[in-house]
Design a protein around this ligand. Structure first.
Ligand code: ATP
Ligand code: MG
Ligand code: MG
Length: 372
């Protein structure tokens, strides 16, 4: 069959490869080691440095289409790939999505509501920002952050001294949003311009890391429609091909702000594997391969996903016993094949389906609590 190239070896690449190979594609994964989660399941791997043009060429020459699983891959790697095969998302999308300042400015200029922000580089800069927007302020590295890494919540001027300003080239200050809830929309856009949204997921974070997602969300029909229309507009603004996740702060009945976007399948969309006719990974395959997009409808009353972080593993790396968790009806286990369990590291997830979202949340929490 045709060969899809996947740049990046993490769990998103792994679940993408599983979906693509089920559809008959070969998947060649470009990663740092064949032991990485996606490398383990790929048809084959190309191992090397993302900035080594010779290795990038060797990888890209094998592919009919190329995609990626992480927005922090160097845009130059993706630009180089695109000389060999259609590459989605493009290096332009990547350059936007890997810099919080560029990303927010792009959406703000397109008339989409984002969290108030400014570029800052010092405690004094944060002070000026706070004079305008008040405390708390959240300061983030403009580039390379994920899972809440490189973020500092500042409750007053004194806290600004704790930011390691020297450790990054560029920083962003954001107004702390006391949101009502968080939600996300995964939208797919094909090369032909066909667009389809999954129903919004509602997300609970713990320590700035996604903890539990569920669907249907508790958003009103009007809020769901608003979230879907913002996500569609965001995909159009970026001229995206593939799937895009738009993370939202839901402030009140009328106000929904974009927090950030990720031009790839997203942790909050993992429940689509069990809950939807088409998973977000299959949808991404369809979008980048120029196939018709699949139905995004839920085929269950409700579904919930709970992340399994390395915190649940013992100090010698032993995983918990799954027996009790898997005894909870309609709970599924996904493990990413990672052996190095660290606190805060995403090792896998559990999904539950049920008649309603609240029943599914209850089941997935019960299953996860049984691991402790
Ligand atoms: P990931 O890419 O893994 O989603 P990230 O490191 O890019 O994470 P963000 O999405 O910016 O981080 O922030 C992580 C979480 O921290 C948010 O989902 C939210 O719960 C909280 N957070 C971030 N920015 C703000 C803000 N301005 N106001 C309130 N909460 C925030
Ligand atoms: Mg992010
Ligand atoms: Mg985020």
């Amino acid at each position: 069959g045709a060969t899809i190239g996947m740049v990046g070896g993490g769990q998103l690449g792994r679940m993408f490869a599983i979906a693509a190979m089920q559809m008959g594609y070969d998947v060649v994964v470009f990663c740092g080691s064949p032991d990485e989660p996606a490398g383990q399941v790929a048809t084959r791997t190309v191992v090397g440095d993302l900035l080594d043009h010779a290795v990038v060429s060797q990888f890209a020459q094998q592919c009919q289409v190329i995609t990626l699983e992480f927005e922090n891959i160097p845009a130059e790697t993706i630009r180089w790939c695109s000389e060999f095969a259609p590459t989605y998302p493009s290096h332009h999308v990547l350059a936007t999505a890997q810099d919080r300042l560029v990303e927010k400015t792009t959406f703000r200029d397109a008339g989409l509501a984002v969290t108030p922000y400014a570029a800052v580089d010092s405690a004094a800069g944060v002070g000026e920002f706070a004079e305008q927007h008040g405390w708390p302020v959240i300061v983030k590295t403009a580039r390379s952050g994920y899972d809440g890494k490189g973020q500092y919540r500042l409750d007053g001027q004194a806290d600004a001294a704790a930011v390691p300003w020297e450790s990054a080239d560029a920083w962003i200050a954001e107004k702390w949003i006391s949101f009502d809830r968080e939600a996300s929309v995964v939208v797919a856009r094909s090369a032909a311009g066909e667009v389809r949204c999954f129903p919004p997921f509602e997300n609970d974070h713990r320590n700035h890391i996604l903890d539990v997602s569920f669907c249907p969300s508790t958003l009103s029909p009007a809020q769901q429609q608003l979230a879907n229309s913002i996500a569609t507009r965001a995909a159009d603004v970026l001229q995206l091909v593939g799937v895009l996740c738009v993370e939202f702060f839901v402030v009140d009945a009328e106000t929904i702000l974009i927090n950030e976007v990720a031009p790839r399948p997203h942790n909050s969309g993992h429940l689509t594997i069990e809950a939807c006719h088409t998973s977000q990974f299959e949808q991404h395959v369809r979008a980048v391969c120029g196939l018709p997009l699949g139905s995004t409808e839920l085929r269950v009353g409700g579904a919930a996903m709970a992340n399994l972080l390395g915190d649940l593993w013992s100090v010698d790396g032993q995983h918990p016993s799954w027996d009790q968790a898997l005894a909870v009806p309609s709970v599924s286990l996904h493990l990413y094949g990672k052996t190095d369990a660290k606190v805060g590291r995403k090792m896998g997830h559990l999904t539950a389906t049920a008649g309603s979202a609240s029943e599914a949340v209850q089941a997935v929490n019960q299953a996860r609590e049984s691991l402790i």
